[in-house]
Design a protein around this ligand. Structure first.
Ligand code: UT7
Length: 344
C-alpha cells in the first residue's frame, strides 16, 4: 500500500505591523470602501524593512515543529514567490536556522498555488521513501515587490508564513492527504509577473551590451515590481479552482455537500464565493481570513487553516478541501480529514 503523507503539525506567523485600508488611502488613490467591497480585505500585515521571507519562514517553521512535538524532519520544502535572493534558495538557510542539520531543502515557485504544490512534492518524497517527515512552509513578503504607484496590486497583498509537518502514515488515518489535482497553463504567464531579475531580462541586457561595444552589461534597471492583470486573473481563478476542486472531490470520493470546510486561496472573497457556488457548496462553509491578512500567496492556505481552527470552525474529523490558483498560471487542490492537532 502507498505510504500516505499525514499532517501532524501546523504553525503560522505574521509580522506585527498592521496596515489598514485607511493607512493605504492616505498614500495612494484608493478608499477603504473600494478595497472592502471589491476584495473583502480590511487590513494586512507588512514586514518592516530588513525582514525577509526567510525570517517569517523560520518563525512559522519553528511553530509547526512545536505543534508536531518533534523537530525531527528530513526534508524542508519552502513555497515562495519572494525568496530572500534569486540564488541560493531560501529553504536551506531556513533549515539551518531551525537547527535541522544537513536535511534536504529546496524552494518551490508556483506563486499562489505554491503551498499545494509543496504538499504534493513532500507527499511524493514520503511515498517514495525519500523522506519520513517533511516540513512544508509557505512564506511571502509581497510588500517587498509591490509597486506603490500601482493601486490595483498594492492594496491586495500581505506578508506572512504558514507551515505544516507531514509524516509517513496510512491513507485511512485522519490527517492523511487524499491526493492532489495540479495543473498549469503557461500560455497565460503574462497575467501575473515579476518581469525583471531573471535570465530573460539578463540575456536581453547582455545582447544589447554586445550590440553596442563598450557599454556595460546589465545597464537596464531591474523591473522588479509585481504586476497582475486582475480582471483576467479573477476569471481564470474561479474557473480553474472550481474545476480542480471538482477533480479533487472525485479523487477523494466525496460529494460537495459532504465537505465541511472549503479552504481556498485567499485572494478575493468574491472568488471564494463564486467557487463555492460552482461547487454547489454553502458559502458559509468557505473559510475566509483574507479580511485580516490580505492575499499572502503561498502562505495563504495554512494561515487560513490556522485562523479557522482558532475561530472554532475547522476541527478534528472535519472534511477539508483546499484549492489554490496563482501565477504561471498554476492551480492545485488537495483534501484531508482534519486531524486532532494543536496549531501554534
Ligand atoms: O493571488 C493570485 C490570484 N489573484 C487573484 O485571484 C486576484 C484576482 N483579481 C481580483 O481580485 C480583482 O480583479 C481585483 C481586486 C484585483 C480588481 O477588482 P476588479 O473588480 O476586477 O476591478 P478592476 O481592475 O476592473 O477596476 C475597476 C475600477 C477601475 O476604474 P475604472 O476604469 O472603472 O474607472 C480601476 O481603476 O476600479 C479602479 N481601481 C481602484 N479604485 C480604487 C482599481 N484598483 C483600485 C483601488 N482603489 N485600489
Amino acid at each position: 500500500m502507498t505510504r500516505a503523507a499525514v499532517l501532524t503539525g501546523l504553525g503560522t506567523y505574521v509580522p506585527p505591523r498592521v496596515v489598514t485600508n485607511d493607512d493605504l488611502s492616505r498614500t495612494m488613490d484608493t478608499t477603504d470602501e473600494w478595497i472592502r467591497t471589491r476584495t473583502g480585505i480590511t487590513r494586512r500585515h507588512w514586514a518592516d524593512p530588513g525582514t525577509a521571507t526567510g525570517d517569517l519562514a523560520v518563525e512559522a517553521g519553528a511553530r509547526a515543529l512545536k505543534s508536531a512535538g518533534s523537530a525531527d524532519v528530513d526534508l524542508v520544502v519552502l513555497a515562495t514567490t519572494t525568496p530572500d535572493h534569486p540564488c541560493p534558495a531560501t529553504a536551506p538557510d531556513v533549515a539551518a536556522r531551525l537547527g535541522l542539520g544537513n536535511v534536504a531543502a529546496y524552494d518551490i515557485a508556483a506563486v499562489c498555488s505554491g503551498f499545494v504544490y509543496a504538499l504534493a512534492a513532500a507527499a511524493g518524497a514520503i511515498a517514495s521513501g525519500t523522506a519520513e517527515r517533511v516540513l512544508v512552509i509557505g512564506a511571502e513578503t509581497y510588500s517587498t515587490i509591490l509597486d506603490p504607484a500601482d493601486r490595483t496590486t498594492s492594496v491586495i497583498f500581505g506578508d506572512g508564513a504558514g507551515a505544516v509537518v507531514l509524516r509517513a502514515g496510512e491513507p485511512d488515518e485522519p490527517g492523511a492527504l487524499l491526493g492532489y489535482d495540479l495543473g498549469s497553463d503557461g500560455s497565460l504567464k503574462d497575467l501575473i509577473t515579476v518581469p525583471g531579475g531573471g535570465s530573460r531580462q539578463r540575456s536581453e541586457a547582455a545582447g544589447e551590451a554586445a550590440d553596442s561595444a563598450g557599454s556595460s552589461v546589465g545597464g537596464r534597471p531591474a523591473d522588479s515590481y509585481f504586476t497582475m492583470q486582475g480582471k483576467q486573473v479573477f476569471r481564470h481563478a474561479v474557473t480553474r479552482m472550481a474545476a480542480s476542486s471538482k477533480a479533487m472531490l472525485r479523487r477523494a470520493g466525496w460529494e460537495p455537500e459532504s465537505v465541511d470546510w472549503f479552504v481556498g486561496h485567499q485572494a478575493n472573497v468574491r472568488i471564494l464565493h463564486a467557487v463555492a457556488d460552482q461547487l454547489g457548496m454553502d458559502r458559509g462553509r468557505t473559510v475566509v481570513n483574507l479580511d485580516r491578512v490580505g492575499n499572502t500567496s503561498a502562505a495563504s492556505i495554512p494561515l487560513a487553516l490556522a485562523d479557522a481552527i482558532a475561530a472554532g470552525q475547522v476541527g478534528p474529523g472535519d472534511r477539508v478541501l483546499m484549492s489554490a490558483f496563482g501565477g504561471g498560471v498554476t492551480w492545485g487542490s488537495t483534501a484531508l480529514v482534519w486531524p486532532d492537532i494543536s496549531p501554534h
